[in-house]
Write a protein that binds this ligand. Structure first.
Ligand SMILES: [Zn+2]
Length: 392
């Protein structure tokens, strides 16, 4: 195996595309950036969204293998788009790893398939269609654009790039799943076909490399078969497809660290797809990756007392909802109560022991699921989920 790929060096020398430092990416900003910075590479408008925003495809590389990468089919999942920007910057650097990939592959990249959802930070498109469940029906213009591209060329490899919520952890490790990967199933019985083995082999390569710089924070996404989703159908068509999910890293709600690991994982996948003779080699190791588990809330207040009786004690879980406010350039986090009760089997990215502290709120005697996380625990003031420090 080649020794050009040195993950420690690549991490140390990693450069973000600093024209996009935020998690929110406005479609107009992205498109203007491509026009002014990537006019030399082959890029084309391949269609429009429901609300008439352009959808672009960039093509780079001169290799005989064809890969298709698309990002942000879910509008509120920008890590893939930001990683593509980082990767474009890396490809311009002339690094030997970049050269290897671009000699071997022609990369078709659709950055931001759902610009209407991206503008408003919503998962779905302007018609409230989940584009990733629309492969068969093709009710959305955006899916028709993607399918149009898929049928034009024989692709050897597909990358379906997503983000996942902060609720996911790595197996039972009590670690957040900063990255999760999937080789999608082709049928209900999740058979390990030749096509699946190829994407599993590449995911095993990613896992081996990225675990060195991100130990215990990588998971394997559920391979339940989704008959209408893109990855499952591409694998069924014989195109090995890798699903990436960017997730939570401790205290990194703007996903800066996640973005770096996501970019390096993409690079690892493309590098091994360029240099490995048989992609399926090592596919068995895919199953050594711990499973993605629903095991976290953003914040848990433990042992909150609800009455004078010390036995009336519960845990309160707080979860952030993400929003983009009109005119803002970055998303806002709004904390809401998500669960109440015995949450001892779940973890909080932040945990606060509130033993012997009584719950008070102006609006309600007891905490309620869905309410904004503004309340008191005796003399502690909790505002937007967080304890106000130095109060009074
Ligand atoms: Zn998604």
């Amino acid at each position: 195996m080649s020794t050009e790929f040195k993950i420690i060096d690549l991490e140390q020398n990693f450069e973000f595309e600093e024209n996009f430092p935020k998690r929110y990416v406005a479609p107009a900003h992205l498109h203007a950036f491509f026009k002014s910075n990537y006019y030399k590479i082959d890029w084309a408008e391949i269609g429009k969204s429901v609300l008439g925003r352009p959808i672009y495809k960039l093509t780079l590389g001169s290799g005989s293998k064809n890969a298709l990468l698309w990002t942000q089919m879910h509008g509120n999942e920008t890590t893939g788009t930001l990683s593509i920007l980082d990767l474009l910057k890396f490809f311009r650097s002339g690094h030997v790893v970049a050269q290897t990939i671009l000699n071997e592959f022609t990369l078709d990249i659709i950055p931001m398939l759902n610009p209407d959802g991206a503008e408003l930070w919503t998962r779905r498109n302007a018609m409230s269609i989940d584009i990733n469940r629309d492969f068969l029906a093709t009710s959305s213009l955006e899916m028709r654009v993607l399918r149009g591209i898929i049928t034009k060329k024989r692709y050897d490899l597909g990358f379906n790039l997503h983000d996942q919520r902060t609720i996911f952890g790595v197996g039972n490790l009590k670690q957040p799943a900063t990255l999760a990967f999937l080789s999608p199933s082709e049928s209900e019985n999740k058979e390990v076909t030749q096509t699946r083995k190829k994407s599993m082999g590449l995911i095993a390569d990613i896992y081996r490399e990225i675990s060195q710089i991100l130990p215990d924070k990588i998971a394997r996404f559920s391979d339940e078969f989704y008959p209408c989703s893109v990855g499952d159908n591409l694998q069924k068509l014989g195109i090995p497809t890798l699903l990436f999910e960017g997730g939570h890293y401790p205290k990194d709600y703007y996903r800066r660290k996640t973005r770096k690991y996501f970019s390096l994982a993409l690079l690892a996948a493309l590098y091994y797809a360029s240099t490995k003779e048989n992609w399926q080699n090592g596919w068995e190791n895919y199953f050594e990756i711990p499973e993605n588990s629903v095991s976290f809330y953003d914040i848990i207040y433990r042992n909150v007392q609800l009455s004078d009786d010390e036995k009336d004690t519960i845990d309160i879980a707080v979860q952030y909802a993400e929003q983009i406010r009109m005119g803002d350039e970055e998303i806002t986090f709004v904390a809401k109560i998500e669960d109440i009760g015995d949450l001892s089997f779940l973890h909080g990215h932040e945990e606060i022991d509130a033993r012997n502290r009584r719950f008070f709120s102006e609006e309600t005697q007891f905490p309620k699921i869905g309410m904004q996380a503004d309340f008191q625990l005796d003399e502690w003031f909790i505002v937007n989920g967080k304890k106000l420090e130095n109060w009074g």
